[in-house]
Design a protein around this ligand. Structure first.
Ligand code: SAM
Length: 281
């Protein structure tokens, strides 16, 4: 991995966009070329409001195997727990929930889908589901419903930690079981040389997985997420190590918290976290 890339991220973090673009352009890596191009244009805007890049991202590269495993694990839980009511917080365009429902022999009689992006929500193919175009925070503040099973796959990472703690406290009395899919990211001091090198090396692996879609995925999704992690102003992601997910769930009142490996992935290992809420269900 070129040190110019980590230096480019450091320059961006320091607010020097022009120097960051220059350093990125001096690398011979595909990520460097994409970063340089991104920084010399206006960027692509909010990552989930222009679904084409995000859709190409989650349907390609290592996401194919990740989502194959995720859907199979969710389907196994539907069959085992037989939840009459199912909530999916931040369902996106349904890449996890749709194949999971197709694979399970049990079908919940009520399915509530919550997603703030109208473009993604309208693409979810679950006939008969209730759809709520809202953030998880807005939805739970006004819903008054309860569920046998709530799930959220790679979506609660989109909520800042303190807000997420409050959301989980609101969710705990409303669900019997919660299952989360998230990434077990390493603990690294933000902005440290170790952190910036690690981000550059991992995003290089990520971009390399996308072949002819690399520019679409990098410009419309991966780079805004990466730069949000580097410089906070337009941050889209607040991930944490698996142990911190467990602690946050325990702090919100969840019990019997269990973390299982789901899949290896270019960014970090993916895990499934299952926890018991305080709703009798
Ligand atoms: C990485 S995608 C995952 C989508 C889907 N769960 C899946 O596994 O394919 C993250 C999703 O979280 C949604 N999201 C962002 N902020 C959210 C919030 N505050 N509440 C609920 N969902 C949110 C995004 O719109 C996006 O659909």
């Amino acid at each position: 991995m070129s040190t110019h890339l980590a230096d480019a991220l450091a320059a961006y973090r320091a607010g020097d966009r022009a120097r960051a673009a220059n350093l990125a352009g001096r690398t011979d890596s595909p990520l460097g070329a994409e970063l340089s191009a991104y920084l010399t244009t206006d960027g692509a805007g909010p990552v989930y409001d222009q679904p084409r890049a995000f859709t190409a991202f989650i349907r390609g590269g290592g996401n194919v195997e990740l989502y194959r495993r995720l859907s199979a694990e969710l389907a196994a839980r539907y069959d085992r727990l037989r939840p009459e009511s199912l909530l999916d917080l931040g369902c996106g365009d349904g890449l996890a929930v749709v194949p999971a429902l197709a694979q399970s022999s049990f079908r919940p009689s009520r399915i509530d889908l919550v997603e703030p992006s109208s473009g993604l929500l309208s693409a979810v193919d679950v006939p008969g589901a209730n759809r709520f175009e809202a953030t998880a925070q807005e939805f739970l503040a006004s819903s008054g419903s309860t569920w046998n099973l709530a799930q959220s796959t790679f979506a609660l990472q989109s909520i800042p930690s303190a807000e997420r703690a409050e959301l989980l406290r609101n969710l705990c009395p409303c669900t019997a079981t919660l299952v989360l899919a998230e990434f077990d990211v390493p603990e690294q001091p933000e902005g440290s040389a170790e952190h910036l090198h690690s981000l550059a090396a991992r995003y290089e692996r990520g971009v390399a997985e996308y072949g002819e879609d690399a520019s679409l995925v990098a410009q419309g999704f991966l780079l805004p997420v990466l730069l949000g992690l580097v410089a906070d102003e337009q941050r889209t992601n607040w991930e944490q190590p698996a142990a911190d997910w467990s602690a946050q769930l325990a702090g919100a009142g969840f019990a019997e918290i269990d973390v299982e490996p789901l899949a290896d992935y270019w960014w970090s290992p993916a895990v499934l976290v299952t926890a018991r809420g305080s709703h009798a269900g």
